[in-house]
Design a protein around this ligand. Structure first.
Ligand SMILES: C[S@@+](CC[C@H](N)C(=O)[O-])C[C@H]1O[C@@H](n2cnc3c(N)ncnc32)[C@H](O)[C@@H]1O
Length: 314
C-alpha cells in the first residue's frame, strides 16, 4: 500500500431491517459502555449472542478497534446471509444488482407479481436446503432475503410456524435493494469475525476476561397480542429470559463486561418486577426509546427500555 494512503474506517450499516433493531438506541447504549472501552476505543473480544441485524456491531466497527468478534443468532436464514457476505460478497452484489434491475424496470403491478414470484421461490427452496455447507445456493437465497426485506410491507422479516416468509408486498416508489458500498463495508466489518447459528448459550465457549458482551434478546411481549417477538419459529418465553439471567451471572463471574437491553414490562404493568428480580444484583437503568416496528401505527411511540450492566459507568 502507498505509505501516504489513508486507511479508511469500516463504515457499514445493517444489510437488513430486523424487528427489534437497535439503530435508534445506539447513542444511549454507547453512553453506557464500560469506561475502559470508552477511554481506549479498543475491544479485544466482542460477543453478540442475539445479533439480529447487528446495529451495534456495525456501529462499533466504525468507531472502535475490535480485535475479534463472535456473533450468534438462532435464525438460520439470517446466519447464512452473514456467512454469504463473508464468503462471496461479490457474487451477492452481482445477484442483487440483477434482481434490482429486473424489479425497477417493471410497472407497479408487475413488481407485485415479481415480489410474490420471489417469495414463493424463497419458501419452496427451504425444503431440504443445506444450511450447513456453503454453496452458490446461499448467494441466491441471501439475495432473495435482502430483496424481500427491502420490498415487503413495513420492511421486516417474519416467518410463520412452518418457517415460511409471510410478509405481503409493500409499495415503495423506487426501493433501493442494496448499495455496493455498504456490502463492501459489511464484508470488511465481518473480517476477524465468526458467525454461528445457535442458542445464545453457545457463546459461553468464547468468553474471556474483559470480553464485551452485548445481549439483546427478543422482547418480552408488551401485550399478549404483540407478535413481534416471533423472529424464528420458536419464541422466547419467560423460561428463556431466566436462562439468560443465569448466563449473565456465569459470564459476569468470568470477568466479562455485560450489557443487556430489553423492553420494560412496567410499560404495561407498573407492578411487573420480572427483570428487577432477575437482575437484582446488577445496574438497571430505564431509558425512553422509540419502538419502530409495529404493524399497528397507534402502538408505535415512546416506551421505556431497560439497559442492564454488570459494571458501573464511571
Ligand atoms: C431483538 S433481536 C436483536 C436485534 C439486534 N440487536 C439488531 O440490532 O438488529 C433478537 C434476536 O435474537 C434471536 N434469537 C431468538 N432466540 C434466540 C436464542 N435462543 N438464541 C440466540 N438467538 C436467539 C432472534 O432471531 C433475533 O434476531
Amino acid at each position: 500500500m502507498d505509505k501516504n494512503s489513508k486507511v479508511e474506517p469500516v463504515t457499514a450499516k445493517p444489510f437488513i431491517k430486523w424487528a427489534g433493531g437497535k439503530t435508534q438506541l445506539l447513542n444511549e447504549l454507547e453512553k453506557r459502555f464500560p469506561p475502559k472501552i470508552i477511554r481506549t476505543k479498543r475491544i479485544k473480544r466482542y460477543i453478540e449472542p442475539f445479533v439480529g441485524g447487528g446495529a451495534l456491531f456495525f456501529h462499533l466497527k466504525r468507531d472502535y478497534n475490535i480485535e475479534e468478534s463472535y456473533l450468534f443468532d438462532i435464525n438460520k436464514e439470517l446466519v447464512i446471509a452473514y456467512k454469504t457476505l463473508q464468503i462471496n460478497h461479490k457474487g451477492l452484489m452481482d445477484k442483487l444488482s440483477e434482481i434490482e434491475d429486473k424489479h425497477l424496470q417493471k410497472s407497479e403491478d408487475k413488481r407485485k407479481e415479481y415480489y410474490y414470484k420471489i417469495r414463493n421461490e424463497y419458501n419452496r427452496q427451504m425444503d431440504g436446503f443445506d444450511y450447513v455447507n456453503y454453496s452458490d445456493e446461499w448467494v441466491k437465497r441471501t439475495s432473495f432475503l435482502i430483496f424481500l426485506n427491502k420490498t415487503c410491507f413495513n420492511g421486516l422479516f417474519r416467518q410463520n410456524q412452518k418457517g415460511e416468509f409471510n410478509v405481503p408486498f409493500g409499495r415503495y416508489k423506487n426501493p433501493k435493494i442494496h448499495s455496493k458500498k455498504n456490502i463492501i463495508g459489511i464484508y470488511e466489518a465481518l473480517q476477524d469475525t465468526e458467525v454461528f447459528c445457535g442458542d445464545f448459550t453457545e457463546a459461553c465457549n468464547y468468553i474471556e476476561k474483559e470480553s464485551f458482551i452485548y445481549l439483546d434478546p427478543p422482547y418480552r411481549p408488551l401485550n399478549k397480542t404483540s407478535n413481534f417477538t416471533s423472529y424464528a419459529k420458536n419464541g422466547f418465553n419467560d423460561e428463556d429470559q431466566t436462562r439468560l439471567a443465569q448466563f449473565f451471572k456465569i459470564t459476569d463471574e468470568q470477568g466479562a463486561y455485560l450489557m443487556l437491553s430489553n423492553s420494560d414490562p412496567k410499560n404495561q404493568d407498573i407492578h411487573d418486577e420480572f427483570f428487577d428480580n432477575l437482575y437484582n444484583n446488577y445496574n438497571i437503568e430505564r431509558i425512553t426509546a422509540k419502538r419502530n416496528i409495529n404493524c399497528d401505527a397507534s402502538k408505535r411511540g415512546e416506551i421505556k427500555e431497560l439497559i442492564i450492566t454488570n459494571y458501573l459507568q464511571f
